[in-house]
Write a protein that binds this ligand. Structure first.
Ligand code: ZN
Length: 123
């Protein structure tokens, strides 16, 4: 093959490889951002609950108010979404290579019963 054609072919392969790598990186970055955004929403909802609870306590109520129950439900839904995001991230990336905690996503040994990071019991 002529040198010019050979070079063109190599460059074309390289460009395709870079493009594949870039789209994979974008997907991983998107995953991290989604998880970060979901974490932030849980934090915000927790703060909202804390503020409501503070108001309740300073006004002498003991039981959770309807507003608190709504925020508690919101937090539970957000945490559930967050877990799904984290699990999806683990499935997409390193779970094929190494086992990960089903709660926090930390890399754990194949025979681990409990996560060394969060202590979560593994299946
Ligand atoms: Zn864990």
């Amino acid at each position: 093959m002529e040198f010019g054609q050979e070079l063109k072919k190599k460059l074309s392969y390289a460009a395709k490889a870079v493009s594949r790598g870039a789209s994979r990186l974008t997907a991983e970055a998107g995953q991290r951002i989604n998880t970060a955004v979901a974490s932030k929403r849980v934090d915000d909802a927790m703060k909202k609950l804390g503020r409501l609870r503070y108001d309740e306590l300073t006004h002498g109520a003991d039981d959770a108010s309807p507003a608190e129950n709504a925020v508690i439900a919101e937090i539970e839904a957000l945490i559930s979404d967050l877990e799904k995001l984290k699990n999806r991230g683990a499935d997409d990336s390193a779970s094929r290579v190494c086992r990960r905690c089903r709660f926090c996503g930390a890399v754990i040994s194949d025979d681990a019963i409990y996560c060394s990071k969060c202590g979560g019991k593994q299946e």
